[in-house]
Design a protein around this ligand. Structure first.
Ligand code: ADP
Ligand code: ASP
Ligand code: MG
Length: 409
């Protein structure tokens, strides 16, 4: 008998029938004698629908009200799932984030969990009830509803698992595990039986939305055993683990991530003097715009071109800032380009293997794909390329690094 926290994503609770299917599944775990806490997302499409309505009314909706609005999606699914379980004769009780007392900071729309009160949940479990918790939401010091950022139900589940010291946190979704790359883009993508936290964190940060980044951070920090599985078919899924494979088994590359959400900005012909980078990026940072990749190259004429990427949603705001900076620094021109994507290869095996970068660049060159920017860390290499090459780049890299082959375990 174990204590399991399970999270069911939007597709898994996308219709009333599917909610009834989830109830059957949860009941099965209860019958095996397990204590179960279930976290649910909103029905698929619902969060987008709510955001769409807000945007019809306001270009910049008040963040506090945005959270009041989008948190309703999960309130619907917790109640329906509790009803479905009750109909099956399985005692269950639903809780919003605030009712559990999932305490967060006040950063509306991207709040962080600070503490979780486990008292109510433990009392229900003891009384034999399934506890159902709304994902993605919490409450700040002043009882304002907060939300945790898109995909935040994963983080709710991991945080509850950490607070309850659960035996496992299971993320049920519409794919049967973590794959070498998004199986919707590369058909020959292969399910990984295991992946390290470190690699999963890179994959999530670099665009693989199968798990929210913070959920992986949380699981790593609090040592929560985390598994990704399919709601619709049985199978072992993928275990996220601290254990590394031994070096014989360790592939050089474990996966390929990609991200279509970035845009590139370039300041051309900036005088090449000390302090320029800070002068460009400080006002961007002051607008709360996060900068990802940065490239600076110096030309023969004592000027430099300064390029960086930001989230696509921030490109207009960043462009405005740069127009101001450009005048101040006497730069020649400001350019923006949203038709880019970032493709990254990830693997802890890179630490002990040379030549990954050259193999990556040769593969892209052979397909005629021009690399616009490059960044590397110990276990990843990312490139920015034209958006139209996204699928070709991912497929050819997947093949070049032989990721479709069976893994050793
Ligand atoms: P949920 O609604 O259950 O939270 P998400 O849509 O957030 O589901 O995450 C699951 C999706 O993540 C899959 O349908 C898949 O398209 C995508 N995905 C991206 N990269 C990967 C990967 N490496 N492995 C598995 N799925 C991936
Ligand atoms: N419903 C929220 C979203 O669509 C949270 C989640 O599903 O994890 O982002
Ligand atoms: Mg998700």
């Amino acid at each position: 008998m174990a204590l399991i926290v399970q999270k069911y994503g939007g597709t898994s609770v996308g219709t009333v029938e599917r909610i009834q299917g989830v109830a059957q599944k949860v009941k099965g775990f209860r019958e095996q004698g397990h204590d179960v806490v279930v976290v649910v997302s909103a029905m698929s499409g619902e969060t987008n629908r709510l955001i769409g309505m807000a945007n019809e009314i306001s270009q910049r909706p008040v963040p506090r009200e945005m959270d009041v609005l989008v948190s309703t999606g999960e309130q619907v699914t917790i109640a329906l799932l509790a009803m479905a379980l009750t109909e099956l004769g399985c005692a269950a009780k639903s809780y919003t984030g605030g009712q559990v007392r999932i305490h967060t900071d006040s950063a509306h729309t991207k709040a962080r969990i600070q503490a979780i009160d486990d008292e109510n949940m433990r009392a229900d479990l003891k009384a034999g009830r399934v506890v159902i918790v709304a994902g993605f939401q919490g409450m700040d010091d002043n009882n304002n509803i907060t939300t945790l950022g898109r995909g935040g139900s994963d983080t709710t589940a991991v945080a509850l698992a950490a607070a309850l010291k659960a035996d496992e946190c299971q993320i049920y979704t519409d794919v049967d595990g973590v794959y070498t790359t998004d199986p919707r883009v590369v058909e020959s993508a292969r399910r990984l039986s295991k992946i390290t936290f470190e690699e999963m964190l890179e994959m999530a940060s670099l665009g693989s939305k199968v798990l929210q980044i913070r959920s992986v951070e949380f699981a790593g920090k609090y040592n929560v055993p985390l598994r990704v599985l399919s709601t619709f078919e049985d199978g072992p899924g993928t275990l996220i683990t601290t254990e590394e494979l031994d070096s014989m088994e360790q592939p050089v590359i474990s996966g390929i991530a990609f991200n279509r959400d970035e845009a590139k900005l370039t300041l051309l012909g900036v005088p090449d003097v000390p302090g320029v980078a800070a002068k460009i990026l400080a006002p961007v940072g002051a607008k709360n715009i996060e900068v990802d990749m940065i490239v600076q190259n110096v030309g023969a004429d004592q000027t430099t071109d300064f390029t960086f990427t930001v989230h696509r949603n921030d490109v207009e705001a960043a462009y405005e800032v740069l127009e101001g900076v450009s005048k101040e620094l006497g730069a020649r021109e400001v350019r923006k380009d949203s038709k880019i994507c970032k493709v990254s290869v990830v693997g802890v095996g890179m630490r002990s293997h040379a030549g990954v970068a050259s193999q990556m660049f040769e593969t892209l060159a052979a397909e005629g794909i021009n690399i616009q920017m490059i960044s590397t860390s110990e276990i990843k290499i990312s490139v920015v390329v034209d958006e139209k090459y996204l699928e070709l780049a991912v497929r050819s890299l997947h093949q070049a690094f032989e990721l479709a082959l069976e893994d050793a375990n």
